[in-house]
Design a protein around this ligand. Structure first.
Ligand code: SAH
Ligand code: SF4
Length: 378
């Protein structure tokens, strides 16, 4: 094991302990945190308010490990996508979606995913590994400072990423400790200072971990529902066999007691002929009748081996109408950055040829990260 510590892995508590271990006072941890997460510094010599001795100690024992960017795409609508190499042939994606009044960053929590939902290309890769806290917060760190350079070169302080959604690759609640440490940094006033309302964890329904999140760090919650009854959900989200809808709905109710918002967002991927019929909409109304919620209908983003198709726009509109007629606020997710999704489909081949990912026989693991802009309009 290397004795070099990646400071991106440490939240405020970790950084304070780290400074104590170096024989330094706690307030240096705050200074250090501001340099890293508010100024985007990587060079310890630039941290001019730290003593020379501390800087020398840090230079010998610590690093601020930037994510290794393999590809960086910007679509015509401003959506920007990064493909990040995390070693051993694994790659993850981070997506920034700019809008008039906010900028949303979609972050990955794992390479691959063990849940294996039928309609998800990440699931099809199987589970590769958990990301460390540094690799998770590193996506925000990298995006914020890359965007500041291109979008607002005149300012060092105005935040560009205003919202974070954990809707990239992986199931965040199955990488709980690292995700919570990264979330703490997102909320920390000496780091990104985002409000709990502007940080959303999306889960396929790991009920006991929803309780733990409520206790430890309640942020906004999105639950990927996709079906109104167990028999169907079992086939789409295999985790449903472990935490069926009744248990999941109860967990949602408990979560709401601690949540920063007074509703849960239910995500529902619209699959032609599978979960998009009128009766499914009516069953949903009954299922969620005791849960303050909003629905976000996601047109299925097809990939070749899925054997599935997206519901038509008319079918999705009709489905939304039924939910709305019963008083449920329902949005239909817009697709953003289409052409970089396409580029991403071609990416595997390109990456295989030109990087050390080429050592793997299968293509670089990547997928089109789902676009997330309809979540929680501010
Ligand atoms: N694992 C978490 C978060 C990542 S997935 C979860 O499942 O919630 C984020 C969202 O993208 C989920 O709602 C998921 O169901 C959806 N999704 C996955 N694959 C998709 C696809 N091919 N088309 C549209 N949405 C998809
Ligand atoms: Fe995992 Fe979410 Fe994909 Fe399901 S939808 S396989 S939980 S990343």
């Amino acid at each position: 094991m290397s004795d070099i510590t990646n400071l991106l892995d440490l939240d405020a508590h970790g950084l304070t302990e780290y400074c104590a271990g170096l024989g330094e006072k706690a307030f240096h941890a705050k200074q250090l945190q501001r340099w890293i997460h508010q100024a985007g510094a990587v060079d310890f010599d630039a941290m001019t308010d730290l003593s020379k001795t501390l800087r020398e100690k840090l230079k010998a024992r610590a690093t601020i490990q930037s994510p290794c960017i393999l590809r960086d795409y910007t679509a015509a609508d401003g959506t920007r996508k990064w493909l990040i190499d995390i070693g051993s042939g694994d790659a993850i994606e981070t997506v920034f979606i700019p809008e008039k009044t906010r900028g949303t960053l979609c972050i990955s929590s794992q390479a691959g995913c063990a849940v294996n939902c039928r309609f998800c290309s990440t699931g099809k890769q199987g589970f590769n590994r958990n990301l460390s806290a540094g690799e998770i917060i590193g996506q925000l760190w990298m995006a914020e400072f890359a965007l500041r350079k291109t979008q607002r070169p005149d300012t060092q302080t105005t935040r560009i990423v205003t919202n974070v959604v954990m809707m990239g690759m992986g199931e965040p609640l199955l990488n709980f400790d690292a995700v919570v440490r990264a979330l703490r940094l997102m909320l920390d006033d000496n780091a990104y200072g985002l409000s709990r309302r502007r940080v959303t964890v999306s889960t396929s329904g790991v009920a006991p971990m929803m309780d733990r999140l409520a206790q430890q760090l309640p942020v906004s919650l999105a639950v990927s529902l996709h079906a109104p009854e167990d028999a169907l959900r079992d086939t789409l989200v295999p985790l449903n066999k472990k935490y069926p809808l009744r248990a999941l709905m109860r967990a949602c109710q408990r979560y709401l007691k601690a949540a920063p918002r007074d509703f849960i967002t239910f995500e529902y991927c619209m699959l032609a002929g599978i979960n998009d019929q009128e009766r499914h909409a009516r069953q949903l109304v009954t299922l969620v009748q005791e849960i303050p919620c909003k629905f976000n209908l996601i047109p299925f983003n097809p990939f070749p081996e899925s054997g599935l198709a997206s519901s038509s726009p008319e079918q999705i509109r009709g489905f939304a109408q039924i939910l709305r007629a019963h008083g449920i606020v329902t949005t239909i997710r817009k697709t953003r950055g289409d052409e970089i999704d396409a580029a991403c489909g071609q990416l595997a081949g390109i990456v295989n040829d030109r990087t050390r990912l080429a050592t793997r026989s299968r293509p670089a693991r990547t997928q089109a990260v789902r676009q997330t802009i309809e979540i929680h309009p501010q």
